[in-house]
Design a protein. Sequence first.
Length: 269
Amino acid sequence: MRGITQQTLHFARAQDGTSLACQVRGAGHPLVLLAGQANNHHWWDRVREDFHATHRTITLDCRGTGVSGKPKEGYSTRHFAEDVIAVRDHLGIERADLYGTSMGGRVAQWVAARHPQRIRRLVLGCTSPGGPHAVERDASVRRALAQADPGAAHTALLDLMYSPAWLATHPGPHTTLGDRGMPPHARPGHLVASNEHDAWDVLPRVSAPTLILHGEEDRLTPPDNVALLATRIPHATTHVFPDARHAYFEECRQEAGALVSQFLAETPR
């Protein structure tokens, strides 16, 4: 079993003064890990150690989550992207690798498009370009997640994240199902940020070599978005994991971790 690398906690300041908690582990080239909608840094708990042979990992509690500030405003993927830059500036990180999943992948698109000189390599997982060009989840998924019964909604989300076969041998607890400590205004703020994301026009500005990963059975973010992203981002390669759902990075941990590590180790263009 891998040992747990020591973690240090830092607090950066966003442009609007919001406190941004960030967690740093390991040594080596910096790798920033961005979590999904309404989740804090614990999203990465199961897989983070896989990158510490070569990288120092940096996570953050996105505004509204964890021990970061929870303002009334500033909930958009563009704003979240500038928060990522504020964290990197605070830590003195000029250039880094970036791995964003789900809404974190949407945020990563803006970071890479707006600040191309600061991204060495980019990994996008279970995400989409957003806007009218994206392939959206179907109405049945939205209804399942919007159920009034919290237990039923939780069960529906669990089914969207993981296959039944994987859940049978991994009973949890699962750290990808949302931050329960979010205040009432922050959770819908995250939902609106994700729903209103549209980076289609700026994706061609991404200059970093990019790896796009997805689960074949992902109903939360349909896998048809992989090809859409790949057509817009220069220097993009893709991989789809058979039978995996939204949280492919956990369910296919060994293969996904190896693919990402190999990609990050390649000589930059």
